[in-house]
Structure formats: structure tokens, C-alpha cells
Write a protein that binds this ligand. Structure first.
Ligand code: ATP
Length: 476
């Protein structure tokens, strides 16, 4: 699948009511999107499946919905105030700002080789080389001034070799003031991850639900990051939704649980969301990539039209977060293990995925151009499809709309369906093929005589005539 496909998916999303550019009447707000009627339904189906998988199917995992705004010390303890940064540089002529690793990823090999030699960085053949160079430049500070220019780093905006400012750290958290005025208010942050809301509540939850290790706490909610480079449609935005589950384990058993969750999470995408296995892979974090809190980390990546991209991280966060909160709050964060008769800070195995990225993955995986029949089909699994069937009277007369409406009402009690009497039957089917609706049900004159209808299957386009009281059974 090529980049061209992404453009086609973006336009399908707008055409069929999945995703719209935000504030379009004002010229739009970069990297901000709104989910239309079909988008909301698809997003909800995905998050419902995740929630069910994590909580309902695991007796030892419970839910929480914590606040987006928390005490600012939470972010000091978590390390986000000091460490949640990306190195960035400004082009002095175009005034454009770039994330250094992203800027380097857009340069020719010759430029990267020169930088590796000058900065004494060993060349690796994957993307981690750009991050390593960016961190090296950051460490050099003013001493590294002019190196980017000398190596021939081109400004992607102007296309010419640019003059660059000293790479500096840029904190990704959105700041705001809580209180009646900027002066008297307290400076707070919009949460950059949902995880901390789980950690600071973990003992309250453990006590109230009488949980024993290993146990998990799951949360779905918005997170905010002031990304310097927000792009690839809804893949990277400044406001997004995370689905996180933090698993509290005995530190002696951390590796076992990392392995368990790696497998479970990978299989979730194949078994529950119907994603093609060949489009998924693991990427283990190397030393230079590991977050400040992590001992071991794996990304699950999907092959998007623009390349492999992370959809979920499985991290061994150790006891970093709990001990940090204990230090800063002064409150005891240990857990008493009655079986072992000892107190400790549990290790935390995190599974953290982005709902919007999964949404994009589902669309990319389902998008199919049926050239033979000149149509585009979203081959969404039944469970994810926003509408399960379209109900169509063949013509708008002879009592067919009334009969179709009756069938629609009956089916709609059980499954979300859509009624359509506009345009030719072929056009109506094709519209729904693009929207991922698995079945088309047509009511014609024969229906009035013998109570049978035609059911058309989206992917095969096969049509079968069945009695109307068989429809529900067939959909099931
Ligand atoms: P990336 O390397 O792509 O910036 P990350 O490693 O910073 O991601 P995590 O902090 O592990 O991401 O967050 C967990 C998940 O949240 C990611 O796997 C991704 O699905 C989602 N996510 C993170 N940042 C964004 C974003 N800006 N827009 C949409 N989803 C995001």
C-alpha cells in the first residue's frame, strides 16, 4: 500500500462521514480532526472491544476514569517535567521549526554519513540513527553550532541548505492555568498520558476492590502532547485517545508478565480486529530508545501506507513510578503481599495503545479497491462495522417503502442498520460498500407476495433470497 492510498482513505473518510478536518470553515487547525457519525461508531466499537477484552475477560483487571488535570507534582514525580522533551531546531531563514530526528530522516545518506563521522556516532541502518544523532547534537549544545549546515542539511520547506539554531529541548506538555487569573492561578498541565491517573489511585483501587497481585487497572481517555511534527492524518495528533492497562506484579515475576502481555496484545489485533498478521510486527527498544522509566520495552507496529508505525507499547515500567510518587508525596506506596508476607512496590507492566492509530490501522487494513467491479470496499469485520445492514425498498412506491421501514425497525432493535431509498439499487449498495456495511437487504414486489427478501453480501456481492424471518439469524 502506498502513500497514495492514504490520500484515498482520507478522502473516503470525509465523503462517508468518518473523519473531518477540524475547523474547516476557518481554514482548519493543523493536525486536528473531528470524528463524524460513522467515525464515532467505529471508534466506539474498537474501544468497546478493547474494554471487554481487558476487563470482562480478565477477572483481575478493573477500570478507572481519572481526571485529565491533576496536581502538577504528579508530572514532576513521573519525570515528564524534566524528561518529556524532543530536541528541536529552527531554520533561521524560513523560521520553520523541526524535530531534529525528523529533519534528519528527510536527508540524503551522504548528509547522515557526514554527521555520523563528525559526531563519532556508529551508523545503524534503522531509524534509531536519527534519534542518536539528535541526542548527540543536543549534548554538544553550542559546540555543535554550524555542524548541520556543514553536513548540508536541507530545509524540507525551502529545499536549500539552511542555517540552523542550536538544538534545544522542547517539552511536549500543554501548560495552562487553573484559577481565576493567570497570576493567581496554579500552573497545571493537560495529561500527556493516562497512566499516571492509574498509579496515583492504585492503592485506593486495590483496597476497595480487594485485589491481589497480579492485578490490572484499565483506562480509556484523552491525552495531549504538543507534538512538533504532527502528521500522517490521525496517526500523530496533539489531542488523542489512549487505551492503557497497567498490570501490577511481583517484581520477581516481571519478565513472565511482559511475555504474557506481549502475546495477548499481539493476538488481540489478529483475533478480535481481524488485522492481517503480515502487517504486524514487534520492535524491541534498544538502549538509546528506552524511556527514562523503562527496563524493557516492545512496540507493536503496523505497516501503514507511509511505513511501519507504532500502535501499542508494552513496557516494563518497574517500580519507577510508584517510588517516585512516594518520594514526592511522602505517602507510602507499598503493597502488602499476604501470600509472601512482605511489603514491596509492585513492578508495573504497561500495555498502552492509541485508539486513533488503531482506528487508522483498521481503515487501512479494510480498504480494498475492487477494480473488477469498479468499487471501493471497506472490508470491516461485522463487529466493527458502524452499520450492519442497509435496508432498501427497490422502488419508492407500491407499498415497498412501508414494508422496508417495518423490517428496518425490527432489525434496528438488535443491530444498528440504515434505511436508504435514494438512487438506483446499485448506487445504494456501492455507497454502503465504501462505508463498510456488510449486508444489503432489498425489499421488492415479490416480498409482498411471499415474504422473501434479497440479501447481498458486501465482499462477495453474492445475493440470496431468504424469508424475512431468517434475516436476523443470518446476520448473527
Ligand atoms: P511515538 O514514538 O509514535 O511518539 P510514543 O512511544 O511516544 O509514540 P507512548 O508514549 O508509548 O507513545 O504512547 C502509547 C500509545 O499512544 C502509542 O503507541 C500510540 O498508539 C499512542 N500515541 C502516542 N502519541 C500519539 C499521538 N501524538 N497521536 C496519536 N496517538 C499517539
Amino acid at each position: 500500500m502506498s502513500e497514495k492510498h492514504l490520500d484515498k482513505i482520507i478522502s473516503l473518510c470525509k465523503r462517508r462521514g468518518f473523519v473531518f478536518p477540524n475547523s474547516e470553515i476557518y481554514g482548519g487547525l493543523k493536525a486536528s480532526y473531528d470524528y463524524g457519525p460513522m467515525g464515532v461508531a467505529l471508534k466506539k466499537s474498537i474501544s468497546d472491544l478493547w474494554w471487554k477484552e481487558m476487563t470482562q475477560r480478565h477477572q483481575n483487571i478493573v477500570g478507572i476514569d481519572s481526571s485529565i488535570m491533576v496536581h502538577p507534582d504528579v508530572w514532576k514525580a513521573s519525570g515528564h517535567v524534566d524528561n518529556f522533551n524532543d530536541p528541536m531546531t529552527d531554520n533561521k531563514d524560513s523560521k520553520k521549526r523541526y524535530r531534529v530526528d525528523d529533519l534528519l530522516s528527510q536527508q540524503k545518506d551522504k548528509v547522515i554519513n557526514t554527521l555520523c563521522e563528525t559526531l563519532n556516532v556508529k551508523h545503524s541502518n534503522d531509524d534509531t540513527i536519527f534519534e542518536s544523532l539528535a541526542h548527540m547534537l543536543l549534548e554538544k549544545g553550542k559546540d555543535g553550532d554550524g555542524l548541520l549546515e556543514k553536513a548540508g542539511v536541507i530545509d524540507p520547506h525551502s529545499g536549500s541548505i539552511g542555517k540552523w539554531t542550536t538544538p534545544t529541548q522542547f517539552n511536549l506538555m500543554f501548560k495552562t492555568d487553573a484559577g481565576p487569573s493567570e497570576k493567581s492561578g496554579k500552573e497545571i498541565y493537560l495529561r500527556p498520558e493516562t497512566a499516571q491517573g492509574i498509579f496515583i489511585n492504585y492503592l485506593l483501587i486495590q483496597n476497595s476492590m480487594r485485589l491481589k497481585v497480579p492485578f490490572g487497572i484499565a483506562q480509556i481517555g484523552k491525552a495531549f502532547r504538543n507534538e512538533i511534527v504532527a502528521r500522517n492524518f490521525i496517526f500523530r495528533t496533539r489531542e488523542f485517545e489512549q487505551m492503557e492497562m497497567q498490570y501490577f506484579v511481583n517484581p520477581k515475576e516481571d519478565a513472565k508478565h511482559v511475555k504474557e502481555w506481549k502475546e495477548k496484545r499481539f493476538n488481540f489485533y489478529i483475533d478480535r480486529l481481524g488485522i492481517d498478521k503480515s502487517n504486524l510486527q514487534f520492535h524491541q527498544h534498544g538502549e538509546s530508545e528506552l524511556a527514562h522509566y523503562a527496563k524493557d520495552a516492545y512496540d507493536i507496529q503496523y505497516q501503514f501506507p507511509f511505513g511501519w508505525g507504532e500502535i501499542e507499547g508494552i513496557h516494563n515500567r518497574t517500580d519507577f513510578d510508584l517510588t517516585q510518587h512516594e518520594k514526592l508525596s511522602g505517602k507510602n506506596m507499598t503493597y502488602f503481599d499476604a501470600t509472601e508476607n512482605e511489603k514491596y512496590h509492585p513492578y508495573i507492566i504497561e500495555t498502552s495503545c492509541g485508539l486513533n492509530r488503531i482506528f487508522l490501522m483498521v481503515l487501512c487494513d479494510a480498504y480494498f479497491e475492487d477494480t473488477e467491479n469498479e468499487r471501493v470496499v471497506l472490508k470491516l469485520p461485522f463487529e466493527l462495522a458502524p452499520n450492519k445492514a442497509v435496508i432498501c425498498p427497490l422502488v419508492k412506491k407500491d407499498g415497498l417503502p412501508e414494508r422496508a421501514a417495518k423490517i428496518f425497525e425490527e432489525l434496528n432493535k438488535k443491530y444498528s442498520c440504515i434505511y436508504d431509498e435514494q438512487g438506483s439499487i446499485g448506487k445504494r449498495y456501492y455507497r454502503q460498500d465504501e462505508a463498510g456495511t456488510p449486508f444489503g437487504i432489498t425489499i421488492d414486489h415479490q416480498t409482498l407476495e411471499d415474504n422473501t427478501v434479497t440479501i447481498r453480501e458486501r465482499d462477495s456481492m453474492k445475493q440470496t433470497r431468504v424469508n424475512e424471518d431468517q434475516i436476523l439469524k443470518l446476520l448473527k
